[in-house]
Design a protein around this ligand. Structure first.
Ligand code: ADP
Ligand code: MG
Length: 620
């Protein structure tokens, strides 16, 4: 076949393949155009998940009638001067409208405020028609019907109407966060309507918009970030670890106001939370990076969602550092969402009267708060009281376990169980003064204006983890020699992996050596873990090392080893505590960074504000 120049329509359809992946991409492009035009109100209507209809109406600057045909022509833009490195608008490639017009039936109506009338131009499968006058208010109405009718192959890849409709909402919410002064609304037969009222400017307005999009619990469970390094400014909010989600859809990143989905930024967020959230959970984060446009390239991909930083290390360091610092400074904040869910469940229970003697259903919702966690199913479930806990002679281990005490005292405390005299000076501590221990695992404490319930098992796990990590940087942890070495059978690769890290494990007080090709002999275990299920610990460690060996290097392995060990060592549930020990545990939690969540990201305590309690009783 001879070489020939492609037609304009084919060129546009090829571009559309990259720019317009699905209806949500059309919405993104049209909304970006409205924002670039200075609109303060953007209304979106969709039908059939955007496949049948997308209409975006704005009150922006409008397009002069003599420029309408340029607007839908390829490589025509009003947003770029001579410098492709100086990009300040969301658009700059001049290919969205012609791309959309090549694969759908597009109509653009527009009117400058001062013009006598509006004008409409239409493009059907690449064929242009108009412009002709049309009555309308100032602004622009872009309407896209029958998306992909001209490229049926692409149409086959569309998901259900509902999935496409919700992808459209996600795109709008994502961009809306960066423009709180603009009112966004989405309506249509294919969806529940969404209306994001304009909020004020500045950080208060930003916070309000974020609440509109992410729910009002988010700001309550997040820490503000404001950091600057070498001309790069990072602001936003980092959700506390306990406020986590099952996927990363709730991570929002903006570079100079442009929503981006950037692997480096996601990686930095993951790194920042690696210690405090389990790998299958995701934090909720909103980050705004602002920097000289010359230091970042947004012209990486036609969809403009990827960016390339001149200095990626600087950006990563800034994000990881700022989030970690924020989480550290916040000290210990539990998720109020836990309390919120609990309140809702109480309300739910209250609405339906339960049959006499049946109270169980009242607790359904409350249990859902902690649905992932069942002490009895946990591999780290408490030891039976008889099995005891061997306290070490070692001073270090004792500091970790200030709240530990021996069995005889435990039994005595059991007998004394009841409420504790409140020490007034303790009330002003963040976790307050311990008042009681219930169900042998929950410390109930009181602050000036709230009720706090601590899961001592989860809290202890976190404290042990932090102590283990600290031990890495100082001297090795004390070990407890086993009278008879425990032989653990394992696949050969696991034995090799463990033996390769024997020296590291020894630092934690775990002494192992190979015992033939398919087994290891365990001679010592870490004293601070007390009685543990050694074979289970060894297998878990082998898994962790296998998973993190190649990719993440030693640091990651050590963190994971520490976390695995902390789980195994946390036998605190089921143990009665004396008042002093409860208070010591609370104080230790206050001092330990990240102790608001256990190593799995579950909260270690929940706080019910007095005002919430009053709401429960209908007093407010
Ligand atoms: P880009 O946004 O990259 O410039 P587009 O194809 O999206 O390319 O739009 C082409 C041009 O049409 C824009 O540069 C702008 O001048 C004009 N335009 C498009 N949509 C609007 C709108 N909603 N309001 C005002 N002008 C618009
Ligand atoms: Mg555009």
């Amino acid at each position: 076949m001879a070489i020939k120049q492609l037609t304009e329509t084919i060129i546009n359809q090829i571009a559309a393949g990259e720019v317009i992946e699905r209806p949500a991409s059309v919405v993104k492009e049209l909304v970006e155009n409205a924002i670039d035009a200075g609109a303060t109100r953007i209304e979106i209507v969709t039908a059939g998940g955007g496949k049948n209809l997308i209409r975006v109406t704005d009150n922006g600057s409008g397009i002069p009638s003599n420029e309408l045909s340029l607007a839908v022509s390829r490589h025509c833009t009003s947003k770029l001067t001579d410098d492709v490195h100086d990009i300040r608008a969301l658009g700059f490639r001049g290919e969205a409208l012609p791309s959309i017009g090549s694969v759908s039936r597009l109509s653009v109506k527009s009117r400058k405020a001062e013009a006598d009338s509006g004008f409409e131009i239409s493009v059907h499968g690449g064929r242009m028609d108009g412009p002709r006058p049309t009555p309308m208010n100032g602004g622009t109405i872009a309407e896209v019907r029958d998306l992909f009718f001209a490229t049926p192959a692409r149409l086959k890849f569309m998901k259900t109407d509902r999935a496409e409709a919700s992808a459209i909402s996600d795109v709008v919410k994502r961009v809306a966060i960066a423009f709180p002064h603009i009112r966004f609304s989405i309506a249509g037969s294919d969806r529940t309507p969404l209306d994001l009222a304009a909020t004020g400017e500045g950080s208060a307005g930003m916070l309000e918009r974020i609440s509109q999009v992410l729910g009002k619990e988010f700001p309550e469970n997040a820490i503000a970030i404001d950091a600057m390094r070498d001309g790069v400014r990072l602001t936003g909010f980092a959700g506390i670890p306990a406020f986590n989600r099952a996927n990363s859809l709730h991570q929002f990143a903006y570079v100079n106001g442009r929503p981006v989905r950037d692997k480096q930024i996601w990686g930095a967020i993951r790194g920042a939370y690696a210690d405090v959230i389990s790998r299958d959970r995701h934090p909720v984060v909103v980050l705004f990076l602002n920097l000289d446009p010359a230091l970042v390239d947004v012209n990486v991909h036609p969809a403009k969602a990827d960016v390339r930083f001149r200095d990626p290390g600087l950006v990563r360091g800034l994000i990881v550092g700022a989030i970690r610092e924020a989480l550290g400074q916040s000290g210990i904040r539990a998720a109020t969402s836990g309390a919120e869910a609990m309140l809702n469940s109480f309300r739910l229970g209250g609405r339906e009267p339960s049959p006499p003697g049946v109270t169980g259903q009242h607790w359904q919702g409350a249990r859902a708060v902690n649905q992932n966690y069942h002490v009895q199913r946990s591999p780290y479930r408490p030891l039976e009281p008889e099995s005891g806990f061997k306290n070490s002679e070692n001073g270090f281990a004792e500091t970790v376990q200030t709240f530990l005490y021996d069995r005889a005292e435990a039994l005595a405390a059991d007998a004394r169980a009841g409420t504790i005299e409140v020490a007034p000076d303790l009330l002003s501590n963040p976790l307050g003064a311990a008042r009681a221990q219930i169900h042998a695992n929950y410390i109930v404490s009181q602050t000036k204006d709230s009720l706090v319930i601590v899961d001592q098992h989860a809290a202890h796990e976190r404290l042990v983890y932090e102590a283990l990590k600290n031990a890495l940087h100082s001297r090795p942890l004390p070990a407890q020699m086993l009278l008879i070495p425990e032989i653990v059978d394992l696949p050969e690769e696991d034995v090799e992996r463990l033996v390769a890290h024997a020296e590291t494990l020894a630092r934690f007080g775990l002494g192992i050596e190979s015992f033939g090709p398919g087994a290891v002999a365990v001679r010592e275990t870490p004293s601070m873990l007390g009685e543990i299920d050694t074979p289970q610990l060894i297998r878990d460690l082998a898994d962790e090392i296998a998973e993190h060996d190649t990719s993440n290097g030693l640091k990651a392995i050590l963190d994971h080893v520490a976390a695995t060990m902390a789980c195994h060592g946390s036998v605190r549930s089921g143990r009665r505590l004396k008042p002093d020990e409860m208070n010591a545990l609370l104080r230790q939690m206050e001092e330990t960074p990240g102790s608001g969540t256990c190593n799995h990201g579950r909260p270690t305590y929940i706080e019910l504000k007095l005002s919430d309690i009053e709401r429960l009783f209908g007093r407010r």
